[in-house]
Design a protein. Structure first.
Length: 518
């Protein structure tokens, strides 16, 4: 019996050693990388790479993207500025301060090489293809496509909106290159315009007033060039920009939302400063006489979208917020009163996801908000097609714990809007992609997911999906017929992994998808 136990223990130990030495699958280009270095690298990555964001599994990217794109950008964050004769990219900018990068390395060069070995050797040579349960049908009778009669070349549309309650200015768009806000009527003719000093990427609407969010400089930067601008409607139905900035010195703001957060009767403002290396989600407390005090809710870049909702019905407005740029997450900031907030991270995603949008919807009609989420921003350090890009549905268990219920893969998915487009009583989903696979499946640049029940959706597209490169989208009722229409905004310039067969620069700044359903 004793001999048997010894043999059993030796056999078990042998299996343990064998498994521990072979559970790392090395790709073909790095088959000779030391297993010992890989194992050390995994342990170090779980310590250092998970400090700022969700731990990224090597399988999320291909080996080249890790080696040439992501890791050279991450090295300086750990105080590693070169590997041998290869210098890593470092941004020296007074706007981020002198202490942004560590003054001393957090890891040794040997440890950094271990981390590199782990990611580069165990990642796939290339990412797998999408796995779709249903192919996209190119043909959708629910919408007719309408094109504006007045158009221009090189459209750089950063914002589109069906303007609620204004029959003269039914559609509002903004163009980043022309730095103009255009107002169209329901016949798609320009009725007015306002010239700005920078790209407007969002507008909040109040009676006879617009609050425009000017990002400042569109391309990534750490400067504080963004601002909020008031635009007034005159008695003659013409719009005029206020001569002074309402709120300025913002880091690439993408949304400014008015709300009285502290219930003092004065309008405060929640601001998403997307930024670049630095940024923040904050709120500006209105002190009166156009004076504001800034309160930072979360001091990281990437704040991209917020919703104000009193989810717990205590009379105080709460904040739902999506963050991209590294620690990709959805947070819920619960208003405790007197300007104080509790924060809860309700969903978290890997940093390679490229979070692009979310909205709150109620799919099962239980009175609790579910989440539609899109990821697909591919203008980063790993511009390859990713099978996990697409549109997701996360269901709320009534305690703000969310579980994934649905996923449909769409390369470069940028936005999704859930509405009952066909009038059958359930929520369908309209999506756009800014980084679609234009070579092989350009139809995925617009996908309509028809709800067929029990969280199954039938995907459709339209032939005109290839007309533009859709950066932005809105849903609304253009002609007050009770049916939800869509507007897609064409941003014809910018980085792309592949060229389209259609010259987007010749295409209109937007198209209307007119709902012809019952």
């Amino acid at each position: 019996m004793i001999k048997y136990n010894h043999v059993f223990l030796l056999f078990t130990f042998f299996l343990f050693i064998l498994f521990s030495c072979t559970n790392y699958h090395r790709n073909s280009a790095h088959a000779d990388v030391s297993l010992s270095s890989i194992k050390k690298g995994e342990s170090l990555a779980k310590i250092y790479c998970a400090t700022c964001h969700q731990f990224p599994d090597p399988s999320l990217l291909d080996a080249k993207s890790w080696e040439k794109g992501v890791l050279p950008q991450m090295g300086p964050r750990l105080g590693i500025f070169n590997l041998g004769f290869n210098m890593y990219p470092v941004i020296r900018d007074k706007n981020i301060g002198s202490n942004f990068y560590p003054s001393q390395p957090d890891v040794s060069l040997e440890q950094w090489q271990n981390i590199i070995d782990y990611y580069v050797a165990t990642s796939p040579d290339s990412l797998p293809a999408q796995k779709r349960d249903k192919k996209i049908t190119n043909g959708l009778s629910l919408f007719n496509v309408e094109i504006p009669s007045q158009t221009y070349r090189n459209a750089a549309t950063t914002y589109v909106k069906f303007y609620p309650g204004d029959t003269l200015h039914t559609i509002v768009i903004s163009d980043a290159i022309k730095q103009n806000i255009y107002f169209f009527d329901s016949n798609l003719k320009i009725k007015d315009s306002v010239t700005n000093t920078g790209p407007v990427v969002d507008i909040d609407y109040e009676k006879n007033n617009l609050l425009a969010c000017d990002i400042g400089i569109l391309n990534p930067n750490n400067g504080k060039f963004g601002k909020g601008i008031l635009i007034h409607e005159n008695p003659d139905n013409r719009y005029q920009k206020d001569t002074t900035s309402f709120i300025d010195s913002l880091q690439r703001p993408v949304q400014i939302t008015p709300v009285d957060l502290n219930n003092d009767g004065k309008m405060d403002y929640v601001i998403c400063e997307f930024g670049f290396l630095t940024g923040a989600l904050s709120w500006m407390e209105n002190l009166g006489d156009n004076h504001f005090q800034k309160h930072i809710l979360r001091n990281v870049p990437g704040a991209i979208k917020v919703y104000i909702q009193d989810y717990n019905h205590d009379g105080k407005p709460d904040i739902w917020a999506l963050f991209a740029q590294g620690d990709e997450s959805i947070f819920l900031f619960t208003n405790k009163g007197n300007g104080n907030f509790d924060q809860q991270q309700v969903l978290r995603f890997p940093p390679s996801y490229g979070s692009s949008y979310f909205e709150l919807d109620d799919f099962n009609k239980d009175g609790y908000p579910d989440i539609v989420y899109t990821c697909g921003d591919n203008a980063d350090y790993s511009p390859v097609l990713k099978p996990y890009h697409g549109v997701y549905i996360f269901m709320n268990d009534k305690t703000n714990h969310f579980t994934q219920k649905y996923f449909y893969p769409i390369n470069g998915c940028y936005k999704a809007i859930a509405r009952d487009y066909d009038g059958d009583g359930d929520l369908d989903i309209a999506t756009i992609s800014f980084f679609a696979d234009y070579n092989h499946q350009p139809e995925e640049s617009f996908v309509y997911l028809k709800n067929t029940g029990d969280f199954t959706f039938q995907p459709y597209s339209i032939p005109q999906a290839t007309m533009g490169r859709w950066l932005t989208m809105d849903a609304g009722d253009i002609d007050s017929d009770g049916k939800t229409d869509l507007i897609l905004g064409n941003f014809s310039i910018g980085p792309s992994m592949m060229k389209s067969k259609v010259d987007w620069k010749q295409s209109p700044p937007f198209i209307i998808l007119k709902n012809t359903g019952k």
